[in-house]
Ligand binder design. Structure first.
Ligand code: ARG
Length: 467
């Protein structure tokens, strides 16, 4: 048994927790990263206590300057974290009270339950900002590549079978859509994070005359008009972990997108496709096979995305069976969130580096896209314009494809008279359908891969990213 009694809650206990319990119960090893938010929250709380007369201005000032000194110690790595004090909150309060006796009043009208909820909301506001800025970095790299490959056409795939030609820019801009939706989700998440739980106490608020709006304003928990926002139910405020789950959800969706991009580029960089060359700086070699250059950055992104999604499941499972309100299970809510943020930021940055350094091989792209079968659908459209009903036209072109396969003659080399035997509406100009350039230029309506549309989109994205 540890001799040390718990100073913060030890009043009713005759002995301290077992060493094993101390180890089992501590969270300071991971929640110490909340220190800046905890200090920020405590300062706002102290100033509020002074503003309503629960502490004197001098006491609040002493508490705040003590907190500043502790913040400095933590930043410089000179603070000693003690697992006996469980978590970041109690470690800071203990150290503060030792240095500043007035700090014995700091915990007036607050509980660790509303403190931890507040710290995490401050963390989430920061995390949202970091995610948004790193997402934009990746989007810039994608946009630069899309601009560089405007003229390059490649096959687009469905079922990983060649389908129709697109420009490589169109393919890359599809990722821009995904990541911009992620950016929107981050922004919506940030709005929901900006509500202050402090003042909820452990579960039922406090009898003391606190000013919740004061704290909310101090900490930036305000709406777009600058009005302070406070949580409306003290029980929900300390029990709710929706933001944690939402955050892991946002990260999981980012990770899903990252993983899909990674998968495409892994394929493109394989010898079978050969569309792109990856930068040496983001690939690795084999310990045995001297010729290998492996797309490890992308494979790790694909792998780490699984871990991010796992954290979402952890959080959902953690919360689903809990009775209201706070239960100690909830201490396990932080590692998954921290892991989600760290992994997602890392993956975004690594993909940005990989994409920025990726070089396109025009020849293999040209060879792949010159497969005339990619334009079979355009041939159907050609017949539709000649008045052939779509279903019939589809069937006719299917027969032509069958004939080309049987006679080992590529679709565009079938003699006109042979083609006309299958469909008399086919005329000499049918071979124009097999120009990739023409095929793309005919696709100039919104959302399509025509070169002018791509131009419009590239410009639009530039404006979006610069705003
Ligand atoms: N370290 C705890 C956590 O992260 C802080 C809240 C403790 N509250 C309590 N009632 N024991 O969840």
């Amino acid at each position: 048994m540890s001799e040390k009694k718990q100073a913060t809650w030890g009043g009713r206990f005759s002995e301290g927790p077992a060493d094993q319990m101390v180890r089992f119960s501590e969270s300071v090893s991971f929640d110490q990263r909340l220190a800046p938010y905890d200090i920020q929250g405590s300062m706002a709380h102290a100033r509020m206590l002074a503003s309503v007369g629960l502490v004197s201005e001098e006491e609040a000032a002493a508490i705040c300057s003590g907190l500043e000194r502790i913040g400095e110690e933590i930043r410089s790595g000179n603070f000693t974290w003690d697992p006996a004090f469980e978590d970041v909150h109690m470690n800071i309060e203990q150290a503060l009270t030792k240095a500043v006796p007035e700090a014995a009043k700091l915990h007036t009208a607050r509980s660790r339950n509303d403190q931890v909820a507040t710290d995490m909301r401050l963390f989430f506001m920061d995390a949202g900002e970091q995610l948004a800025s790193v997402l934009k970095g990746l989007m810039r790299a994608l946009l630069n590549q899309a601009e560089a490959v405007r003229e390059i056409a490649i096959p687009g795939y469905t079922h990983l079978q060649r389908a129709q030609p697109v420009s490589m820019a169109h393919h890359l801009l599809a990722y821009m859509e995904m990541f911009s939706r992620d950016l929107e989700r981050v922004q919506e998440f940030d709005k929901r994070a900006r509500v202050c739980p402090l003042g909820s106490g452990a579960i039922a608020g406090t009898t003391l005359p606190i000013d919740r709006e004061f704290v909310a304003r101090e900490l930036g928990f305000v709406d777009e008009q600058g009005n302070p926002q406070v949580t409306r139910n003290s029980m929900d405020a300390v029990a709710d972990r929706d933001l944690f789950i939402e955050f892991a959800g946002v990260c999981s969706l980012v990770a899903t997108h990252l993983s899909r991009v990674a998968e495409d580029i892994i394929l493109w960089s394989s010898q079978e496709f050969g569309f792109v060359r990856l930068p040496d700086a983001y690939t690795t070699g084999s310990s045995l096979m001297p010729q290998k250059k492996n797309p490890d950055s992308l494979e790790l992104i694909r792998g780490k995305s699984a871990r991010i999604m796992g954290q979402l499941t952890t959080l959902l499972t953690l919360v689903k069976g809990l009775p209201l309100t706070y239960n100690r299970d909830l201490q396990e809510d932080k590692p998954p969130v921290f892991d989600c943020l760290d992994m997602t930021l890392d993956c975004l940055l690594v993909l940005e580096g990989t994409i920025a350094g990726m070089a396109v091989n025009p020849e293999p792209c040209k060879k792949a896209v010159s497969d005339p079968l990619l334009l079979a659908t355009d041939l159907v459209d050609y017949l539709v314009l000649k008045g052939v009903p779509f279903r019939d036209a589809h069937h006719i072109v299917g027969a032509l494809v069958g004939l080309s396969e049987k006679s080992a003659c590529s679709l565009n080399d079938i003699p006109l008279d042979e083609a006309q035997k299958i469909c008399p509406q086919i005329e000499a100009d049918w071979t124009e359908c097999f120009s990739v350039k023409k095929a793309l230029s005919l696709r100039e309506r919104p959302g399509m891969p025509g070169p002018q549309q791509i131009g419009v989109e590239l410009k639009r994205w530039k404006t979006v990213l610069n705003s």
